[in-house]
Design a binder for this molecule. Sequence first.
Ligand code: ADP
Ligand code: MG
Length: 378
Amino acid sequence: MTFQQVYGYEPAVRYSAPGRVNLIGEHTDYNDGYVLPFAIDRRTVASIGQRDDRLIRVASAFEPDAVHELSLDELDPSRMQGWSAYVFGIAWALREQAGADLSDKTGFDVFIESDVPVGAGLSSSAAIECGVALAFTDLWELGLDRKTLARVGQYSENHAVGAPTGIMDQSASLLGEQDAVVFLDCRTLDTAVVDLALEANGLEVLVIDTRVEHAHATGGYKARRESCERGAQVLGVEALRDVSVDDLPRAQELLDDETFRRVRHIVTEDQRVLDTVRTLREQGPRAIGDLLVASHASMRDDFEISVPELDLAVSTALEHGAVGARMTGGGFGGAAIALVDREARDAITTAVTSAFAAAGYREPTVFTVHAAQGARRD
Ligand code: ADP
Ligand code: MG
């Protein structure tokens, strides 16, 4: 299906935005901490035609034959159905969150296509939001910068779609650059682009999608957030970001064992993000392997969000020569990443696939991602 087939004319412009992988920094976002994602070379493309009335129409290759429409005069989350909220929600959030005056604007015909796998933890949601946000801002000449657009995307996902997510995904999708990671301070929203330099070092990132989705992912996420809030409250800080590794012995005295281990994950993970940034700058990507491995162990043992499939993906990749590996994303399923020598990629892929077969697990999807440029007009 194409724009032309849906709307009967050729689109005027195309915008695209990438999904993302988080290199390190898991569950730190809602603790005001640090994350280190990168935009990947899998993108969602929004093809757009200008209308001269107030209507926005959206269609997606994701759901052939359906065209959703909404007037700019009726923008409200209660009028947005299913995935169309990811598009209409952006227009709404541009007005509600960024204060854009849309009263004299005209609408668009929008067609969405994507090669970001949906629901695999690579943030197809941010890819659609950010491509659309950049397009609408440009075409309506709103003059909003990319950090503002990241907040618009998050606001839309939180309040139009109704998913309680942080700002990491949108920041990566909008601010990513080729062969670089985006260092994001989730408290100040300061960002810095840090060279990843995988290309020059003969390295690649493998994504191992376990295709496991656990029913208790939502409940598990909520319980982890509550543990973190409880920990911060008992320790008398605004957020766990304010606790340092040196404070952990005191935290252990004050907290019950489970809450302490949740806190220890967040506190050490924040430190690992800072260490990863410093290591990338001073020594390059080959030196970050141990940090990735320590991050995985912390999520497995302290935060308890891994699953056997993720542990097997990580241990098999490491046994077959990966520089580092860890689960990535919220946990309870989803994907692991492995930092590997380009020449070792095929052997590691085969080893992981065989190990999954031997364990009787569903066959994983394994593919390489490169750190790519953020949202753009194509
Ligand atoms: P993830 O971001 O990890 O891929 P989410 O559940 O956050 O998973 O977002 C997936 C949802 O985003 C889909 O269920 C759909 O509603 C919407 N979405 C993503 N990509 C597209 C697309 N190309 N066309 C339409 N909707 C999409
Ligand atoms: Mg998402």
